[in-house]
Design a protein around this ligand. Structure first.
Ligand SMILES: *[C@@H]1O[C@H](CO)[C@@H](O)[C@H](O)[C@H]1NC(C)=O
Ligand SMILES: *[C@@H]1O[C@H](CO)[C@@H](O)[C@H](O)[C@H]1NC(C)=O
Ligand SMILES: *[C@@H]1O[C@H](CO)[C@@H](O)[C@H](O)[C@H]1NC(C)=O
Ligand SMILES: *[C@@H]1O[C@H](CO)[C@@H](O)[C@H](O)[C@H]1NC(C)=O
Ligand SMILES: *[C@@H]1O[C@H](CO)[C@@H](O)[C@H](O)[C@H]1NC(C)=O
Ligand SMILES: *[C@@H]1O[C@H](CO)[C@@H](O)[C@H](O)[C@H]1NC(C)=O
Ligand SMILES: *[C@@H]1O[C@H](CO)[C@@H](O)[C@H](O)[C@H]1NC(C)=O
Ligand SMILES: *[C@@H]1O[C@H](CO)[C@@H](O)[C@H](O)[C@H]1NC(C)=O
Ligand SMILES: *[C@@H]1O[C@H](CO)[C@@H](O)[C@H](O)[C@H]1NC(C)=O
Length: 268
């Protein structure tokens, strides 16, 4: 009843409605098991695949391959299915793994869009979806994953622009979105990522100027933006960042680059 009321009230404020229904969703360890089984069901597994045999309800899901539970709570903390030759899609139920801290699916053949429900994984610190075939836009709601420290989408087909809500990821250290189809300009809000060390958005379809606010990221060690259509002057202030060791900018239409030789790297 309460949820219904909030949703009706939120009819004009859909965001509020969405948030309210999120808050009323309660999960437990059997929700975790059904989320994992929903994932298994969305995979194109051959019967001999290790997961097909190993992920059996006859055993606790905490002992399933790729699954690590918390020490005190029997809830999934880490899901690591990297390098397993998996093909399939991500079901919305994965968003019910409320205690998930690390999700690593790198080097598989997952495809299609990510379900919005993943934005409910608010404890997530590491998300690695590199080397898959994911597509669709990066949701603006990504800012809700505010505990993220490492975010890697390298080699997928993600499109759309970089959401300004990214500024909410205040503890992010690594952002690696190399080799996707990301368009638009780099939002100035990126300068609010004060813990960021590695920023790699090379080989996308970015255009416009490099925002001078990047010079506010005092922790930045590596900036890699080759293979885009960035234009305008390179903001010289960025070259003054004390931690910055590598800057890669080739294959763009930038001008005004006169950085100190020790920091600049314009080779491949
Ligand atoms: C877990 O939650 C589901 C629905 O959210 C409920 O049906 C089930 O009884 C709960 N299980 C336990 C062990 O609390
Ligand atoms: C599943 O794999 C894990 C890790 O290799 C192993 O410890 C467990 O015994 C396996 N379970 C089954 C049912 O094969
Ligand atoms: C997942 O497993 C792979 C291979 O064992 C390892 O290299 C990687 O660091 C793990 N990822 C996480 C998030 O622990
Ligand atoms: C990717 O995973 C496959 C197994 O599916 C493995 O053979 C291959 O070595 C992995 N690639 C890398 C770069 O680790
Ligand atoms: C899990 O997530 C799905 C989709 O987000 C939702 O419909 C479902 O009610 C959730 N709860 C359980 C217990 O599976
Ligand atoms: C991206 O899409 C193109 C065209 O459909 C496809 O050829 C390519 O393999 C895809 N890349 C990845 C990383 O999935
Ligand atoms: C920013 O993160 C906080 C939690 O730290 C969250 O409540 C808020 O909705 C997020 N804002 C955006 C714009 O994502
Ligand atoms: C993600 O996986 C790739 C391997 O595909 C690895 O090189 C990278 O370090 C990982 N990134 C993070 C942030 O875990
Ligand atoms: C961030 O960068 C912009 C452009 O370089 C600058 O005007 C602004 O003062 C900076 N903000 C802070 C808080 O350092």
């Amino acid at each position: 009843m309460e949820k219904l009321f909030l949703c009706l009230f939120g009819f004009m404020l859909t965001q509020h409605c969405f948030m309210a229904s999120l808050a009323t969703r309660i999960t437990n360890s059997s929700t975790d098991e059904s989320a994992l089984l929903a994932l298994k069901a969305s995979l194109n597994l051959n019967p001999d695949h290790v997961l097909s045999i190993n992920w059996s309800s006859s055993f606790s899901f905490c002992n399933w391959i790729g699954v690590t539970c918390g020490i005190h709570r029997r809830r999934v903390r880490v899901l690591n299915l990297s390098d397993m030759g998996l093909s399939g899609t991500i079901p919305p139920q994965l968003g019910n793994l409320s205690f998930l801290v690390e999700l690593d699916l790198h080097n598989n053949s997952f495809h299609d869009q990510l379900p919005w429900d993943l934005l409910r994984l608010r404890r997530l610190k590491r998300l690695n979806l590199s080397y898959n075939g994911f597509s669709g836009e990066i949701p603006n709601g990504i800012g809700r994953l505010s505990m993220l420290q490492h975010l890697s989408f390298r080699y997928n087909n993600f499109s759309g622009s970089i959401p300004p809500s990214i500024s909410n990821l205040s503890v992010l250290q690594t952002l690696d979105w190399r080799f996707n189809l990301i368009t638009g300009s780099i939002p100035p809000e990126i300068g609010q990522l004060r813990r960021l060390k590695i920023l790699r958005i090379a080989y996308n379809k970015l255009s416009g100027a490099i925002p001078p606010t990047i010079s506010n990221i005092s922790s930045l060690e590596l900036l890699s933006l080759p293979g885009n259509s960035l234009s305008g002057n390179f903001p010289k202030e960025i070259g003054n960042l004390l931690q910055l060791r590598m800057i890669y900018l080739h294959h763009n239409q930038l001008s005004g680059m006169s950085l100190t030789a020790s920091k600049s790297q314009f080779v491949a």
